[in-house]
Design a protein around this ligand. Structure first.
Ligand code: CDP
Length: 237
């Protein structure tokens, strides 16, 4: 399959159309950014490591019955995926309070909430991805309640698969972001990536931060940590 036009260039990936209308190629870059582009850098091999980590996670989810866009990794930086119409939404799952939620509600990072927290954000860099709720989503015509119900079910399924998967690598899945798209048949597919770029991952017991907060907060070597995560997940499968 050959890459044709760039469909979308994001902060960490380029999405290419291909000579097949049903497929896209995702290319993972080493560019790192945080706080909506205020902090920018390049981290050697980040794209390669995120590509491989996301491959392992999407493959594990598919094995456990989750429908995703992922088909196969093509090389170090690229993967072949099914083309969808992406919903302009980010779904965040929080098993432990951290990051923006900790700041917003003034609750200490690391606090375990009494139930899993689900958030929806509108994907819009200019507006800084504002948090919205289901009635906003339907009111502005992004999608309907039936699709949101189905997505919630998939999100819960994904979380139930991922928490023990990471735990067996001695990693606590603190929170993560999911995106969804609709394929030509109207099927809802999990899209984008799941990696330390889109999930907070803390080592169990030591609470050591392993994810992109290392870059955001200048806490340590990102390449080393992502390599460690990849090695742990590889021995886990
Ligand atoms: O990470 P930050 O404090 O900016 O935002 P958050 O709302 O606490 O993020 C929750 C989780 O979603 C973290 O694992 C983020 O890495 C992830 N996320 C993401 O991947 N992309 C975004 N645009 C926003 C959050």
């Amino acid at each position: 399959m050959k890459k044709t036009d760039i469909l979308h260039e994001g902060k960490a990936k380029v999405i290419y159309a291909t000579d097949s209308p049903k497929h896209v190629i995702l290319a993972f870059k080493d560019d790192a950014s945080a706080y909506f582009g205020i902090k920018k850098s390049s981290i050697q091999n980040k794209g390669i490591l995120s590509n491989k980590i996301s491959e392992i996670i999407f493959t594990h989810l598919a094995k456990n019955g989750v429908k995703t866009h992922f088909i196969q990794r093509l090389n170090d930086r690229e993967q072949l995926c099914l083309r969808t119409t992406p919903l302009p939404l980010e779904f965040i799952v929080r098993n432990v309070i951290a990051g923006s939620l900790s700041r917003r509600l003034d609750i200490k990072e690391g606090t375990v909430p009494q139930n899993t927290i689900f958030e929806i954000c509108l994907k819009n860099d200019l507006l800084r991805d504002p948090m919205i709720n289901r009635t906003h989503v339907t009111a502005i015509g992004i999608t309907n309640d039936e699709t949101l119900d189905k997505i919630k079910e998939i999100i819960q399924q994904v979380n139930a698969i991922m928490v023990p998967f990471f735990k067996s690598a001695n990693i606590n899945l603190i929170d993560f972001k999911l995106e969804f798209g609709v394929d030509a048949q109207g099927e809802i597919l999990l899209i984008d990536e799941i990696s330390p770029e889109t999930a907070r991952l803390w080592e169990c017991d030591s609470q050591k931060i392993l994810d992109s907060d290392l870059f955001r907060r200048d806490l340590g070597n990102v390449e080393e940590s992502y390599t460690d995560i990849l090695n742990r997940l590889q021995t886990n499968i």
